[in-house]
Design a protein around this ligand. Structure first.
Ligand code: NDP
Ligand SMILES: N[C@@H](C=O)C(=O)O
Length: 262
């Protein structure tokens, strides 16, 4: 049984991936939609059902909760699928001065963006084989330290490092892993116009275009995709300039002394 799996499918980028995958890979037997909000996933599944022969499986899970990995392992052991496409996308973001942040928010980012993204790989990679590919959603926030988004940026820097390492581990058996590093996207996480800071004035990506291009690049074995020339230039800048100086620059873009939205 050939399947695709999308985490964070209940909104934003993940939901867009689900729509495109259902349309693009009509030969899949099942698509598994994972997120916490069960009803949202059910609505998406019924929206997609009329235009695909692929079965849609709603898998409501909290990927920040360690017990979910065992439950996924059990589902996989029962179904014994070949995972053709994996979109490891669920993410959580809260910002503020680290010394003032709610510990629960900080832990939620670490539990999902670091632990969850890592364990999704551990659980699913053994079921992927030659020709399969994974897209992991990182962020431009990984390129340089991000004052007022310190934990989120660091969690995405972890993702970036993880992806490039396991990409090499998986290459010999023909499984491609691609890091997608988006800039601003108008989703629940970052509703356009809702923040007071300067980051909100940076360009926003077109979700459909980003998803289409990501799938075609990952299919072809690409390892990294940063949409938009503006964010590619930022990636290059962050490579050339020392991190301490970059942090000063990103601090200004985060809203200066008061930070973004504070
Ligand atoms: N929006 C932006 O500007 C940018 C976003 N990103 C990254 O893109 C990815 C997608 O985010 P985006 O679509 O923008 O944001 P959304 O908030 O719209 O989507 C986040 C998704 O993650 C799911 N999710 C959150 N927490 C958990 C959890 N504990 N367990 C399982 N699923 C969870 C949410 O579903 P539910 O709440 O139902 O669990 C939702 O489906 C994230 O990794 C984000 O960090 C990167 C760069 C920029
Ligand atoms: N979530 C984003 C910003 O708020 C990002 O990853 O840049």
């Amino acid at each position: 049984m050939d399947i695709a799996i999308i985490t964070g499918a209940s909104s934003g980028l993940g939901r867009e991936f689900a729509r495109h995958i259902a349309d693009r890979y009509q030969r899949l037997d099942e698509i598994w939609l994972i997120a916490r909000r069960h009803e949202r996933l059910e609505v998406l599944a019924s929206e997609l059902a009329p235009s695909t022969h692929t079965a849609l499986r709603v898998v409501p899970l909290d990927l920040a909760d360690s017990s979910s990995y065992g439950r996924l392992g059990k589902l996989l052991a029962d179904a014994k699928p070949v995972i053709r496409v994996l979109v490891n996308n669920a993410g959580y973001e809260r910002e503020g001065l680290l010394r003032d942040m709610r510990p629960a928010d900080m832990l939620a980012m670490i539990d999902l963006n670091v632990k969850g993204v890592t364990m999704v790989n551990r659980v699913f990679l053994p079921y992927m084989s030659r020709g399969s590919f994974e897209i992991v959603t990182g962020s431009v926030s990984a390129f340089a330290p991000m004052p007022w988004q310190a934990v989120y940026g660091a969690s995405k820097a972890y993702v970036r490092s993880l992806v490039f390492a396991i990409r090499e581990e998986e290459h010999p058996r023909g499984v491609n892993i691609m890091l997608l590093s988006p800039g601003n996207m108008d989703t629940e996480m970052n509703v356009r116009g809702s923040g007071g800071g300067k980051i909100g004035m940076l360009p926003y990506l077109d979700l459909a275009g980003t998803v289409k291009r990501s799938l075609s690049l990952a299919e072809r074995g690409c390892g990294e995709y940063t949409p938009m020339t503006f964010y590619k230039a930022y990636r290059l800048l962050a490579k050339l300039v020392p991190s301490t100086l970059m942090a000063r620059f990103t601090r200004l873009n985060s809203g200066g002394a008061n930070g973004r939205g504070l």
